[in-house]
Design a protein around this ligand. Structure first.
Ligand code: PEP
Ligand code: MN
Length: 343
């Protein structure tokens, strides 16, 4: 429910409405506009006596929120959300490139890649410390040791770091190391995990589930937001279809659809979508042209010997070249990119 306050409602009247809603068990989300204030009331509608609210001083009208995703949707908040990751703004005019290996394998190789992706123009550094692999016999990640290596890479390069968390028990520990928490495709509907990251104040990179509809994906964002954390960046990473020539099928339509339905920023992961480094460039360019706010790309020094996702990883030089090729596309769609030009 959206409570629209009248133009001249006083601070006290707004506070009174919020207080009443809280008493009725609702979470309130006031949006103070230049002309009017609206209050989003999220909770069990059956508990709301609409008359009790609509007759309160300063209340102009009550508008139901029709979409199931109330906080992630545009009915309550229309203007785009800009997610600030330690000063890097995702969802603003700049296209943000996130890069790094699938998994952190060793300090030496990670720092080397970090320096190179930074020089190429990446704005955030990725790396997996907890790896949810399809096989229990595959490399599972360096865990906390990996997070320590990431923190060293941040110190060395100044790049902010993003990693995946796979277990509610690790959320606090992971949040203490990184600047952004990733929820992987396989955990997109792990509602306890979503709630737990919602209790932190870290920005969240929420990947789309392998077989999730856009509505299910936005409802996953809703879980995080309902717990209190509004800083979410959605990530389209390909979905399962009958097509087998790529690892997944990149759903490019998700970009304009999400822009229509939600105020949250959306980035694209062409690496996991394609599963093959050869297609990463084309998908990246398409994503930027289609309106994505950024890209997350896997980069590895020596892809044939990578412990995870080598076939889809770009070498650092290819990644640098790709960002150069993306820039004119970004400019053509009215966006900007902060990349070096003397390469
Ligand atoms: C990853 O980013 O390395 C990863 C495991 O991605 P996804 O959850 O999209 O498969
Ligand atoms: Mn990977």
């Amino acid at each position: 429910m959206i409570i629209v306050m009248s133009k001249n409602a006083s601070r006290q009247e707004i506070d009174n409405v919020e207080k009443k809603l809280t008493e009725l068990g609702f979470k309130t989300h006031p949006i103070i506009g230049e002309i009017k204030t609206v209050i989003g009331a999220i909770g069990d509608k059956r508990m709301l006596s609409t008359q009790a609210i609509s007759t309160m001083p300063g209340v102009e009208s009550l508008v139901p929120i029709m979409k199931p995703f109330k906080l992630a949707g545009k009915e309550l908040k229309h203007e785009p959300t800009i997610v600030d990751v330690g000063g890097i703004k995702i969802g603003d005019s700049e296209i943000i490139a996130i890069a790094g290996p699938c998994a952190i394998e060793s300090q030496e190789s990670y720092l080397e890649t970090a320096v190179k992706v930074k020089a190429a123009g990446a704005r955030l550094l990725r790396g997996g410390a907890f790896k949810p692999r399809s096989s229990p016999y595959s490399f599972q990640g360096l865990e906390e040791e990996g997070l320590k290596i990431m923190a060293k890479a941040r110190e060395l390069t100044g790049l902010k770091i993003v990693t995946e968390v796979v277990d509610t028990r690790d959320v606090e520990m992971v949040a203490s190391y990184v600047d952004m928490i990733q929820i992987g495709a396989r955990n997109m509907q792990n509602f306890r995990l979503l709630h737990e990251v919602g209790l932190t104040n870290k920005p969240v990179l929420l990947k789309r589930g392998l077989a999730a509809s856009i509505e299910e994906w936005l409802m996953a964002a809703e879980y995080i937001m309902a717990a209190g954390n509004q800083n979410i960046v959605l990530c389209e990473r390909g979905i399962r279809t009958y097509e087998t020539s790529t690892r997944n099928t990149l759903d490019m339509s998700a970009i304009p659809v999400v822009k229509e339905l939600s105020h949250l920023p959306i980035i694209v992961d062409p690496s996991h979508a394609a599963g093959n480094w050869k297609y990463v460039g084309a998908l990246s360019k398409g994503a930027v042209a289609t309106g994505a706010d950024g890209l997350i790309i896997e980069v590895h020094e020596d892809p044939p010997n990578a412990l995870s996702d080598g076939p889809q990883s770009l070498r650092p030089a290819k990644f640098a070249q790709l960002l150069q090729e993306i820039e004119p596309i970004a400019l053509a769609v009215g966006r900007s990119m902060l990349i070096p030009h003397n390469m």
